[in-house]
Each structure stands twice: as structure tokens, then as C-alpha cells.
Design a protein around this ligand. Structure first.
Ligand SMILES: NC(=O)c1ccc[n+]([C@@H]2O[C@H](COP(=O)([O-])OP(=O)(O)OC[C@H]3O[C@@H](n4cnc5c(N)ncnc54)[C@H](O)[C@@H]3O)[C@@H](O)[C@H]2O)c1
Length: 353
């Protein structure tokens, strides 16, 4: 079953199951969105909400019967929740997830789980050792068109895939200050947007090995100094997979893209191409197409409300069992590519070229 079908089936089954008691830590933009999606799907009972900004927590909990507002992660964990949804700034994820897991609470964490492969591995290792469910919100896997093209690639419909082109340009750039603070953001557009492309690229081929990663990073048009992690706002990477395919990946903040966003994942094989791309610069609407020479066939079009599906799928899984699921180990492969992107820049001093 595809991840999309899985999420749909999950939504239908949820009403028949016992809803897990879940807490929410961080209810800014994405935390609030995921909370709403899960509540609307009847996927969880919201036990409590916490945010540094108490007014944000109050707003998120309003009109949700039984939802308390509590002051901290520690207060959330004292409630003996079944699960915790974390949507705080990036650098806080690993430590908060580990604290929750060690308290016996399953976790659904915003991406990335860790700022590095080492941090990601630590989170996974703790989840495994306490035998608790841990998942990360790789939301774009649940775009309906994305699951369709994955099925077609798997079925060999475009022959042997040898090339791919994945881009995510956010022409606004993030609108919150913490994204520009390396201590909280852990990096720039690669850790923010590139992570989705890397995850899609590997997920599309069931996580094959990665043979080579080479990258260049820029900040405000200048190569990023090749001696430290950066707040890059443009990155281009070539990823060579063990399948033999080579993928070009590019992401940016505030690029002169001529529209709000350019988001695309295209794959080319010996018998055709498949592509999912955003419609008219939208962050939310996607169209999936199949290419044959110079002709194209539409496979999928909006509307498709995909944003909350990963969260709902986690809640459904949690309603059946809070035990560890090894699927999270794939997050490590993505984190290793991100380390390689930053490390390649640092080790080779490419920024100084
Ligand atoms: N999966 C996706 O598609 C997707 C999309 C957007 C954002 N994200 C991720 O979600 C996370 C949040 O991003 P956002 O844009 O919603 O940010 P945001 O600034 O809107 O929300 C973060 C919230 O966390 C709160 N907060 C900060 N420190 C806290 C702490 N120690 N304890 C409790 N609350 C705390 C802030 O007050 C704020 O309300 C980021 O890591 C981002 O990468 C994921």
C-alpha cells in the first residue's frame, strides 16, 4: 500500500479506534497546523499544549475540549501522555525528543530530528532502546502525486531511472528570526528545505546507498566560507546513488524566482519521465505529470490537502501500538547526506574558490 493510501485508510479507521492522548510542544505555524489536522481527522485527544509563547499555546488550545495549557516540556511529560508532537525551532528537536522518549512517550517530531547525523542517530538509538515510536514529519512524501510517481517508478514504467532534478526555492525565505540564528536553525536552506528533497530522492528509490555527494553553498550571492557550518541561502548538490542514478538538487531562500516558490521533483528514465511540481508558485498545490518525448500526460491535480497526513499516519500507528518502528532509521541516511553537503563545503574549502 502506498503511503498516501495508508494515510487515507488510517483516517477512515481512526474513528473506530481509541484515540491516543497527545501533547503538543511548540504551536507556532506548523505546530498549530498539525494540531488542527489531527483534531479534524479525529486522530488524537489533545491532552495539553505548551509553547514558550503562552498566548500561542492558549490560542491553539482554545475550543478543544479538555486541552490544558502547561508551562514546559517537563509539565507535559508529567501527564503520562501516549505521544508528544514537537514543532519547536530545529536545534531543540533532538534534546526534546530524547527527553520525551526517555519518559516513555512516543514522539512525532518536525524535521529535522537532529542537526547532524550524530544527533539523529542518538535520537533513534534512544527510541530503539526504550522501545517507543518515533517519526519525523517528512510531509512531502504524502503529496498524492508524489506517491503516484513513486509507484510508477517502482513498477518500471519509465524504465531504468538514471537522472533526477529536485528543487525547492522559497522566494520569501523564512519569516521568523530564529531561522537566521545558526544556534537555533542549525543551518540555512539545506537543513530547512533541502532535507525534503534529499528525503524524497532517497525514498523514491527505497533508500539505496549514496556513492557521492558534491555541493556548493552560497550566502547572498557569495560562496559560503568553507570552514564552518553556514546560514547558506542557495545550495546546489549532485547526489550519485548506488542505483547508478545521478540527481541534481537545488534549494534556496529569497532567490529571484519570479514567484513565491518553485518546488519540483522530476525523474528521468530510459522510457520516459515523471514529475511533480507546484502550480503557479503555490506552496500547497501540486500537479503530477508523465513525460514521453515532447508530450505530457497529467497524472494528478489539486486539490489535495496533504500537509497533515504524516502526522495523522503517526497518530494512527500510535493508536495501535506505541512500540518502536524501525522506519525512523531512514532519517539517518538523510542526515548523513546533509552532513556530507556541509562537510564537503568545509573539508574542501570550496567556499573560498
Ligand atoms: N514538515 C514540514 O513540512 C515543515 C514545514 C515548516 C516547518 N517545519 C519545521 O517545524 C519547526 C517549527 O517551524 P515553524 O515555522 O512552525 O516555527 P514557528 O516559529 O512558527 O514555531 C515555533 C514555536 O516554538 C515555540 N518555542 C520556541 N522554543 C520553545 C521551547 N523551548 N519550548 C516550547 N516552545 C518553544 C515558539 O514560541 C513558536 O511558537 C521547524 O523545525 C521547521 O523546520 C516543518
Amino acid at each position: 500500500m502506498s503511503s498516501f493510501e495508508y494515510a487515507e485508510t488510517a483516517m477512515n479507521d481512526l474513528a473506530k479506534r481509541i484515540r491516543p492522548r497527545v501533547g503538543f510542544l511548540g504551536v507556532g505555524w506548523i505546530g498549530r497546523h498539525r494540531l488542527r489536522s489531527m483534531v479534524d481527522a479525529g486522530a488524537v485527544e489533545v491532552a495539553a499544549v505548551s509553547d514558550f509563547d503562552r498566548s500561542a499555546a492558549m490560542a491553539a488550545a482554545s475550543n478543544i475540549p479538555g486541552a490544558e495549557v502547561v508551562p514546559s516540556l517537563q509539565a507535559l511529560l508529567q501527564l503520562e501522555l501516549d505521544g508528544l508532537v514537537i514543532a519547536t525551532p530545529t536545534a531543540l528537536h533532538a534534546e526534546q525528543a530524547i527527553a520525551a522518549l526517555e519518559a516513555g512517550t512516543a514522539v512525532f517530531c518536525q524535521k529535522p530530528l537532529g542537526q547532524s547525523a550524530a544527533e539523529t542517530a542518538r535520537g533513534i538509538q534512544v527510541a530503539r532502546s526504550v522501545d517507543r515510536l518515533l517519526a519525523v514529519d517528512m510531509s512531502y512524501r504524502f503529496v498524492r502525486g508524489m506517491t503516484k510517481i513513486k509507484e510508477l517508478i517502482k513498477a518500471g514504467e519509465i524504465g531504468e531511472v538514471y537522472a533526477g532534478d529536485l528543487v525547492f526555492h522559497n522566494a520569501y525565505g523564512p519569516d521568523k528570526a530564529w531561522y537566521y540564528d545558526l544556534e537555533l536553525a542549525g543551518g540555512g536552506c539545506v537543513i530547512d528545505l533541502g532535507i525534503h528533497l534529499i528525503d524524497l530522492a532517497l525514498w523514491m528509490f527505497e533508500f539505496p546507498g549514496v556513492r557521492n555527494v558534491s555541493s556548493r553553498l552560497f550566502s547572498q550571492g557569495r560562496p559560503v566560507a568553507g570552514n564552518k557550518k553556514s546560514l547558506e541561502d542557495y545550495a546546489v548538490t549532485r547526489l550519485d546513488l548506488a542505483t547508478g542514478a545521478t540527481l541534481n538538487i537545488a534549494c534556496s531562500w529569497r532567490l529571484a524566482a519570479g514567484r513565491d516558490a518553485v518546488i519540483r521533483a522530476s525523474f528521468f528514465g530510459t522510457q520516459g519521465g515523471l514529475s511533480v511540481q507546484n502550480v503557479a508558485g503555490s506552496f500547497y498545490d501540486f500537479c503530477a505529470e508523465r513525460f514521453q518525448g515532447t508530450s505530457r500526460q497529467v497524472l494528478d491535480q489539486p486539490p489535495d490537502s496533504w500537509g497533515g497526513r504524516a502526522a495523522i499516519a503517526w497518530a494512527e500507528r500510535l493508536s495501535r501500538s506505541r512500540k518502536y518502528d524501525s522506519d525512523i532509521e531512514r532519517a539517518l541516511a538523510v542526515a548523513e547526506v546533509i552532513d556530507a553537503i556541509y562537510g564537503d563545503n568545509i573539508a574542501s574549502g570550496k567556499g573560498n574558490l
